[in-house]
Design a protein around this ligand. Structure first.
Ligand SMILES: C[S@@+](CC[C@H](N)C(=O)[O-])C[C@H]1O[C@@H](n2cnc3c(N)ncnc32)[C@H](O)[C@@H]1O
Length: 200
């Protein structure tokens, strides 16, 4: 497996996402959060921009973050005219973020596992601070039984450890996927936690 520094891995991944539906984790988070009404949502690791677009369509102001250098061009290419002024784009690695805008919804689809474990805690604190009250946080995390769990540059969690990350929040949904399947790199064992939590 190439490291994240090889951004071609993500460019290829994102290029293959055009025809998939909006992630159900994002749709569920939007349902919990209610209409955007101009509130701020953050899409961490926005990739192809499918969830960014869904949030814009639901009336959110979206702050989209991704380390890929061509993120701005990619998102500007899919942003509808009536979303003018409601999209801000930050091209930056998560671990280099020092602040995020206050947000009523934070979504991170299959992106947070790719932070070095030494930098994950600092990033998590920045993200946690940005989440407003009331606010909804929806993320995928990788579990310790995932077949990528020996990659030292990425972070993996036991279920207890994953739950602990949400201390102070109300967990609305925590689904565990622990099965063999496919990735964009070929067959693997997936161990994933899909979590939606509310900051009361
Ligand atoms: C697996 S893709 C997921 C994209 C999209 N959220 C989805 O659900 O399809 C991971 C995305 O996160 C970005 N990413 C991964 N690690 C990152 C990091 N440490 N900092 C910023 N962006 C990162 C990649 O560039 C890529 O666009």
């Amino acid at each position: 497996m190439e490291s994240l520094a090889d951004s071609k891995v993500w460019a290829d991944y994102n290029a293959a996402q055009a025809d998939r539906p909006v992630r159900s984790l994002c749709l569920d988070a939007m349902a919990y959060a209610g209409p955007g009404n101009g509130r701020c949502a953050i899409d961490l690791g926005c990739g192809a921009g499918k969830e960014t677009l869904a949030l814009l369509r639901a009336g959110w102001h979206v702050h989209a973050v991704d380390a890929l250098p061509d993120t701005r061009e990619r998102l500007m290419g899919i942003t509808p005219a009536d979303a003018d002024g409601r999209l801000t784009i930050e091209v930056r690695a998560f671990q280099d973020l020092r602040v995020l805008p206050p947000a009523g919804l934070i979504f991170a689809g299959y992106s947070l596992p790719f932070i070095h474990p030494d930098r994950f805690g600092g990033f998590w604190a920045v993200m946690f601070t940005a989440l407003q009250r009331p606010g909804i946080l929806a993320v995928n995390l990788f579990g310790d039984r995932d077949s990528w769990a020996d990659i030292a540059e990425w972070n993996f969690h036991t279920e207890a450890g994953a739950r602990q990350l949400f201390d102070g929040l109300e967990i609305l949904k925590l689904e565990v996927y622990d099965d063999d399947g496919q990735s964009f790199r070929g067959p693997k064992h997936w161990h994933i936690f899909d979590v939606i939590a509310r900051k009361p």
